[in-house]
Design a protein around this ligand. Structure first.
Ligand code: NAG
Ligand code: NAG
Ligand code: NAG
Ligand code: NAG
Length: 477
């Protein structure tokens, strides 16, 4: 009898203990483990391992190796700390110029002034981070990938003014297949749409001159031309691109830019007969020096995804035809779904060139509150730049971090990888911030940025107008 009571008492106290444990330690939310010692911030770069990036063909798909350029061209900047902080400041400028461009285009103001000198037509470039290597006119060219612009261009000889690049300049006279585009062609006309600046006529021969100027004062000017392009052994004849003779900006040693936007001059449109308007990428993180991939065409058999692909509709936006929009219908933190009336109201931009995801102020506020509630046992740290939810994690080897999921129309979901939850303002983890920020105003356009797209397969199906997401640990092989 006594034995039975003792057992019961024991069982009851065990139950009480378990209840206290569960409630007291908040272990009811979904978490992912962040190993802090795994971040090895390399301070010496081996640029030679980045040039050129590799490529291959598999099951009708062209697969281009893609790396974060900090890992390749960072030699000039001594420390990650500085670099990481600089990126945030440039990111803010990119978003401001994006918002300005969107406002301009939406109110359909022409962006060419009386004197024919173009106003800003592109967006800030300093944060474009991922590079691939293609072959143009038989020469290897390493270019920055941008889903937020259309015209592909390289620096060209003879050059009036060029920034420093690692590879030799493109030399048109060394390529027999190089031809300029005439200014009365429809391609020249289509530039107005793609770049915000109409092409204008050079004299004798009347070639099509282009100019793209970006939000930070960077620009490229030159002639529109076409040549033979080779994408990982897939030939593309008569590929139209800008041969840039006067270029300035923060292109970080790359030879030019690849435009993966939506208008007719973009690489996606120009190759749609080959790749079916289909491309996808997996963005690796920078500090590990890992490779990712840009896949053109093919089907899902070439991906290394570890979860099913979920698709959402691309939201049409006739005035902003360069950009890709989708419909954010929800966010969850540690499995807790946030409630906010502004979900699903406006299209949100998905951009590979913005670093930090921007949410409307009310949604961000709800996200921050829930995250702080679940991550309350860690010491806080000061805000930095646009990031205001920061922690000092320098005393920890590893921490359990609440999961963050972004949900889109049609039950599609980005399950944010652990490498995309925090931004390390300081490499010693004494200032680690939630890598999501608030827009300044409720009516600005939200942006799904590249930190939250890391280690995901992000699929753009422009024919079917849909975007797909699945988890994938990025690699090239
Ligand atoms: C993918 O492409 C390969 C090669 O073209 C083909 O054999 C395979 O059946 C395709 N898979 C799907 C799911 O369509
Ligand atoms: C463009 O101009 C060239 C001569 O400068 C002419 O031969 C050609 O027919 C014109 N093309 C169009 C589409 O008008
Ligand atoms: C987003 O999706 C929701 C739910 O399907 C829908 O009610 C809403 O109208 C959509 N918003 C846009 C901008 O299409
Ligand atoms: C961060 O935490 C560590 C260990 O708890 C402490 O020594 C250090 O002073 C803190 N750093 C800052 C910047 O607060």
């Amino acid at each position: 009898m006594l034995k039975g009571t003792a057992l019961l008492t024991f069982m009851l106290s065990l139950l009480a203990f378990l209840l206290i444990l569960v409630n007291g330690v908040h272990c009811f939310g979904e978490t992912k483990l962040l190993k802090l010692q795994q971040f090895q911030w390399k301070q010496k770069w081996d640029a030679s391992s980045c040039l050129p990036q590799k490529s291959r063909k598999e099951n009708d798909a062209t697969i281009l190796e893609m790396k974060h350029r900090d890992f390749c061209y960072g030699g000039g900047i001594k420390y990650w700390n500085k670099l990481l902080q600089k990126h945030l400041i440039l990111d803010d400028r990119r978003v401001q110029s994006l918002q300005a461009r969107i406002k301009n285009m939406a109110s359909s103001k022409t962006e060419v002034s009386n004197t024919g000198i173009p106003l800003t037509s592109g967006v800030e470039l300093g944060t474009l981070n991922y590079i691939v290597t293609v072959q143009l006119g038989g020469r290897k060219m390493t270019v920055i990938v941008d889903t937020g612009s259309d015209l592909t261009w390289v620096q060209c000889q003879p050059c009036k003014s060029c920034y420093n690049q690692k590879e030799p300049l493109f030399n048109p006279s060394a390529s027999p297949s190089y031809k300029t585009v005439l200014c009365n062609s429809s391609d020249c006309q289509s530039l107005a749409f793609a770049t915000g600046n109409t092409g204008f006529c050079g004299n004798n021969p009347p070639t099509c001159n282009y100019v793209v100027s970006y939000g930070d004062g960077s620009y490229t000017r030159g002639e529109l031309a076409h040549d033979h392009l080779n994408l990982g052994n897939t030939p593309v004849d008569n590929f139209k691109f800008g041969c840039g003779r006067n270029n300035k900006g923060l292109f970080g040693g790359a030879s030019g830019l690849m435009g993966l936007g939506r208008s007719s001059i973009s690489l996606v449109s120009q190759t749609s007969a080959i790749f079916g308007g289909f491309f996808s990428y997996c963005l690796p993180s920078a500090q590990a020096g890992a490779s990712g991939s840009l896949v053109l065409g093919g089907n899902s058999s070439v991906y290394k995804t570890s979860s099913p692909i979920s698709y959402t509709r691309m939201i049409p936006n006739p005035q902003l035809s360069t950009f890709y929009f989708l419909n954010l219908t929800g966010v969850s933190v540690g499995g807790v779904t946030l409630q906010d009336s502004s979900f699903g109201k406006d299209g949100m931009l998905i951009d590979s060139g913005t670093v930090i995801t921007r949410l409307p102020p009310t949604i961000y506020k709800a996200l921050k509150a829930e995250f702080l509630k679940q991550f309350s046992s860690f010491p806080s740290a000061p805000a930095f730049s646009i990031l205001d939810t920061c922690f000092n994690l320098s005393a920890y080897q590893e921490v359990d971090v609440p999961t963050i999921k972004l949900q889109f129309e049609g039950n599609a979901e980005i399950n944010v990888d652990i490498s995309g939850v925090f931004y390390f303002v300081k490499t010693d983890a004494s200032q680690v911030c939630l890598a999501i920020a608030s827009l300044s105003f409720e009516d600005e356009i939200g942006i799904v940025a590249n930190y939250q797209q890391r280690n995901q397969r992000v699929i753009y199906d422009t024919k079917e107008s849909k975007l797909g997401f699945a988890q994938e640990s990025c690699s090239f092989t």
